[in-house]
Design a protein around this ligand. Structure first.
Ligand code: PCA
Length: 328
């Protein structure tokens, strides 16, 4: 056979392959928190960075505030590939494995430095668990420390008795129960309704979410109790990642690393401005007195014991290694 006879065939084929390689990928990303949240602002910046670094080869559309997919459905949807990317409040995955709620335990990490060391220590295990479901974590960022929003100052632990408290995850619900209160799991977007319909009298969350949700419309006091610094995690469908060419993959991972760094700084900055905004809008920001601090500690100890009873040996060993690292 004479080679030139194949030339007309080869040309269109190679043209096709090229077209396939440069075809832009369009991804959908679902997030649970509204646009007033710094996490959402960070993830939108991340999407912009990716579009810019890849010259439009990968475009991620961020659907915030649970507008595309409800919080609890985000991880299953990314796993199925219905959407390519998602963000969740990591500790809401605690039913999958107790390692996911290690950042909602009091006394484990009480500062940004410790929270980051905890993330470094647990990231490999969390990455492995995600990988087993065909998911690839990109980055995680801590919220400011969690505290308690109430309609009166909490000066006596008795006030926790029967208090109806909004909680963002199961562990925080357990914590409220340990205090003698009555917890309700409520998404951020449902906070205003929960207060206005009288379903809750109080909430546990950060300065950031209190500010983003204009807590001054519902409460008068914020007890800055430094309970724990829980994280959000951003992740993608591994198959969707594998379909990208190498340069795009690299650009994506590089933008993710930058988003992680930026996000932790945003969290610190947002904590400071949010505490100011709370005070400026008439919310008294207080620290717990001794009796209240003791009650919080006792409830936290119980929470920790419960976690230990459920956590895998691997998770407990990681926690020990993390603690040993802090002492060095
Ligand atoms: N805000 C989120 C999670 C933790 C936080 O500070 C919330 O309350 O739902």
């Amino acid at each position: 056979m004479r080679p030139h006879r194949f030339t007309p065939l080869l040309l269109p084929l190679s043209a096709l392959a090229f077209a396939g390689a440069v075809q832009a990928a369009e991804w959908n990303m679902a997030t649970p928190y509204g646009d007033a949240s710094f996490h959402t602002q960070n993830v939108k910046q991340f999407a912009e960075d990716v579009a810019e670094a890849t010259e439009g080869a990968l475009r991620i559309t961020v659907h915030s505030g649970g507008s595309l997919v409800a919080h609890g459905e985000i991880k299953p949807s990314v796993r199925r590939g219905t959407i390519e990317a998602g963000e969740v409040f990591l500790s809401t995955l605690s039913n999958d494995d107790p390692i996911f709620e290690i950042d909602t335990l009091p006394g484990v990490a009480g500062s940004y430095e410790e929270a980051m060391a905890l993330w470094d220590a647990t990231r490999p295990m969390i990455t492995e668990l995600f990988a087993a479901e065909g998911l690839k974590p990109l980055y995680a960022v801590a919220w400011p420390a969690q505290g308690l929003y109430t309609r009166e100052e909490i000066t006596d632990p008795e006030q926790f008795e029967g208090l109806r408290v909004r909680a963002p995850n199961i562990n925080t619900q357990r914590f409220v129960q340990n205090l003698g209160g009555s917890p309700t799991e409520t998404e951020e977007s449902d906070i205003p309704t929960a207060f206005s319909t009288g379903r809750v009298d109080a909430m546990i969350t950060s300065s950031a979410t209190g500010n983003a949700m204009t807590a001054w419309d519902y409460v008068s006091h914020y007890t800055d109790a430094n309970l724990w610094l829980p994280k959000n995690i951003v992740f993608i469908n591994q198959r969707a990642f594998d379909r990208l060419d190498e340069a795009t993959q690299e650009a994506l991972l590089e933008a993710a690393a930058r988003a992680e760094e930026r996000g932790w700084q945003m969290s610190r900055d947002n904590n400071a401005t949010s505490l100011e905004a709370l005070a400026a809008n008439g919310v008294s920001v207080v620290t717990p007195n001794e009796a209240v601090a003791e009650a919080l500690q006792a409830a936290g100890d119980k929470l920790f014991a419960d976690w230990e009873s459920r956590a895998s040996d691997q998770a407990k060993e990681l926690l020990e290694a993390y603690r040993a690292g802090l002492e060095e």
